[in-house]
Design a protein around this ligand. Sequence first.
Ligand code: DP6
Length: 357
Amino acid sequence: MKEYGIRAGGLPYPSTRQGKVTSKSPSNIALIKYWGKYPEQIPVNPSISYTLNQCHSETQLYYKFQEDRKKKFSVQFLFAGKSRPEFLTKILVFFEKISPYCPYLYDFDYTIKTNNTFPHSSGIASSASAMSALALCLVQLEQKLGYILTTEDYLQKASFLSRLGSGSACRSIYPGLVIWGSHKAIKGSDDYYAIPYPYEIHEAFTNFQDTIMLIDEGAKKVSSSQGHELMHRHHYTQKRAESAYENLERLIPILKTGDLESFGELVEHEALSLHAMMMCSRPYFILMKPNTLHVIEKVWDFRTQTANPLYFTLDAGANVHLLYPNEYKNMIHPFIREELLRHCQLGHYIEDSCAYA
Ligand code: DP6
């Protein structure tokens, strides 16, 4: 692995012995889904996502040098002001995984405070924003400790570390359309970190809205990690990976020419493929709820009747992400309020957009 300016020698550190770093990182919504992984969080297939503007995690990392080098990590963790042992466990696993690339980790006591701008219980995946925000704090700490990083290396290392916390988190480091996973048609693409989409993007795709219909609030019954795990002994893993790989290649001219219709077809196909994999794994799961299907059917009918470019995608859960260009908002919002909102469990939805300033 690239050394990202890691200083040889480690201790003693320069003047910075205690302090605080902060960062803010968004969630993202995949258009071509990462589904299935090899050891070390290497994805079975390349993926692409839109980084979101509104849903993000804000993290503060307090660090204090401690003279006696320990073999265990010393971390306190507060989420929205409360200690959450289940999240702390994840952070300790994350620290363990990244320790070969962050040799200073054992030398400090840490207090980590995190808040999300979106409800944690909403069923929106928070691991992408949370892990990327923490990784950004860590690379800032590295800079303070005198590890010299160029801006490019800084972001690449943040992405590399985020990946080890949660695969999809590595894409949250960059705004806009972001690729993770090596693909022969995408220059610079890599299994170890994400890169900003490197080719031409038609303006039709630089102003997308993502309205997230909260069909089912509360913790997911099947985690993404369990879903990835199921792909290890799945009959269709290879075919699914090939399909995602082909979809990514097909997306390049679509993004260039602004072909909204083909974009929608491809994105919906991806979402349904992911759910199809879950439905025919062993054990099998249905992650959609009846209301997920009601929303999808209404989106299809609306599109047929009005020709408005309204498409959906799904995470590994029941919530529906509605994707559409911002200029159609006036037509689409009344439809969402009048027809779709009634299918949200508690009548909640989240308005977000994809990050192109
Ligand atoms: C369906 O990144 O949450 O959202 O690497 O185990 O943390 P881990 O999984 P995670 O999986 C995300 C799956 C997905 C698709 C995607 O975001 O690409």
